[in-house]
Write a protein that binds this ligand. Structure first.
Ligand code: PPS
Ligand code: ADP
Length: 178
């Protein structure tokens, strides 16, 4: 059975990493082979040295997509959390996946500015970070995502339940056996 690429896209601080980590733990406990590719982490290794121009972001996303699709072909459930701001690039990489879920992790900008987990929005709004997604750089939301999770309206558990439901509909065994 081929794996699945679960692709979390959305602005910084929307909750991509938090949701991917929670799903990873659950799937691991359900006995699935699971791998998590996080934009921040990939940028320290596979994409070290890349910046945030459109070209560099697309290179980053194509690299992540390449690895994700290879793993998925070998039965792994691959969770990708990366801003991945460009619609066409997301569609390009996801078109190669054996099975896929595109998950739009969404919250209004004012909520993200309030959360500001890493203090990046404050710096971006002061003009100290150029090309910051959502502030001074574009984000193209998915037009027809498989899931649209509003993290300012749903609890982490509610989002997790929706993710598990979507995977179950794809035929993935998500139940944790006692
Ligand atoms: N200019 C600019 N714009 C957006 N984000 C920035 C920028 N500079 C640094 N950061 C930090 O880099 C993280 C996003 O990396 P990604 O690899 O997910 O981005 S992308 O998909 O290639 O667009 C992002 O992490 P997350 O908060 O986890 O999304 C930020 O912490
Ligand atoms: N309902 C929710 N779902 C997911 N994250 C939430 C929620 N409510 C608050 N948060 C918080 O929002 C922040 C999201 O950060 P993170 O997961 O690193 O985002 P991203 O990976 O999209 O940059 C975390 O501090 C998380 O605890």
């Amino acid at each position: 059975m081929s794996g699945v690429v679960v692709w979390f896209t959305g602005l910084s601080g929307a909750g991509k990493t938090t949701l991917a980590k929670a799903l990873e733990v659950h799937l691991y406990e359900a006995g699935q082979k699971v791998e998590h590719l996080d934009g921040d982490v990939v940028r320290e290794h596979l994409s070290k040295g890349l910046g945030f121009s459109r070209e560099d972001r697309d290179t980053n996303i194509r690299r992540i997509g390449f690895v994700a699709n290879l793993l998925a072909k070998h039965g792994v459930i691959v969770l990708v959390s990366a801003i991945s701001p460009y619609r066409a690039t997301r569609e390009e990489v996801l078109s190669q996946a054996p099975r896929k879920l595109e998950v739009f992790v969404d919250a209004p900008l004012e909520v993200l500015v309030q959360r500001d987990v890493k203090g990046l929005y404050a710096r971006a709004l002061r003009g100290e970070i150029a090309n910051f997604t959502g502030v001074s750089d574009p984000y193209e939301p998915p037009l027809n995502p498989d899931l649209h999770l509003r993290t300012d309206q749903l609890s982490l558990q509610e989002s997790l339940d929706r993710l598990l439901g979507a995977l179950e509909r794809l035929g993935v065994e998500v139940r944790v056996r006692a």
